[in-house]
Design a protein around this ligand. Sequence first.
Ligand code: SF4
Length: 387
Amino acid sequence: MTSTGIRKGCIGEVNIREIKAKSILRKHKKIDSWFVSRYGMNLYRGCAHNCVYCDGRSERYQVDGVFGENVVVKTNAVEILRRELKPICRRVKLKPGYIMVGGGVGDGYQPVEEKYQLTRKTLQLLREYRWPVHVLTKSTLVERDLDVLKRMNQQNRAIVSFSFSSTNDETSTIFEPHVPPPSERLKTLAFFKRNGVACGMFLLPVIPFITDTPEMIAEALRKAHEIGVDFVIFGGMTLKEGRQKEHFFSLLREKNPELMAKYKKLYDGKNTWGQATGEYYNTISSVFNEMSKRYKIARRMPPALYNDILSENDLVTVMLEQLDYFLQLEGKRSSYGYAAYAISQLNMPLSTMKNQLREIKSVGEKTEKIILEILETKNSSYYNSLI
Ligand code: SF4
């Protein structure tokens, strides 16, 4: 990214810095089985939504200035993306899958989007190139783009997902002060569902000792079930040392001082990714697992949303990783995750090596059978028995 042509301005309480980016598409090392995408993008860096737990403020992501008060706008994003999408301009062909818009270090529908419309223009461009898109946001502004998303969905699929730390409006005003309350986000999800667009809930991050209780997890899943969301992806909170942890702790000290000792124990600073200690994630995941069964909710994107989009190797990779996750939720260990990784690194189609599958690292007899079934039917009976 270059900083030539920088312009400064202000929208509301936020300082805006306009820059010219050199690239937009961010390639993942392998297909991501949460979003079923190989590419993502940040059209804005920094986020006026300023959620207290946001890991975008961690030094690791090098977002300039005070997080929440400064937003960098990549004004030439659409122009650069057009070049990146054009097959003729590429040495290596882009691989199929959803293109992820949002998440990362800035919500694509934060307030600056009303002025710059980079997300809308990006969607229009992706539609031109017939790319499926998966949007993740916390802002109801996404309703503005129903026209484009609906057309994309009819053409080659679109998914709209919202993230929540809970579905409780009161708690949200403390931890997500600048985004529409969960009740409004749920209404927007219902709006997209009514318009035939697939929807996801990212119940992530649940906040330890505050929104991770069985009651709050159950409430979120019940509301997701009522709307008919297609899947719920669940996850706990990480707190990286430095700005992210300091910012979160300063609010906690003010609002819930009685929890400080427990938090210090849970986030002892020894994990580079800011993960909680001990069995914490297993404990909350098993609560989620039980509740998701009660409400019959898919815990990953269901194959029907992607099995006609992906290359065969990516399809097998995603389904094996998801299988591994379902088994983990049951407290079981499996080698499917390792096999998925080995397959993601292959550079020849699995269908050309049907007789050599067992030579792939971590692929045993059972995994071989699953892979062959996926190659033949784009589905797996074992997978279906677990969801
Ligand atoms: S909306 Fe997302 S990117 Fe923006 S502050 Fe909240 S968590 Fe961070």
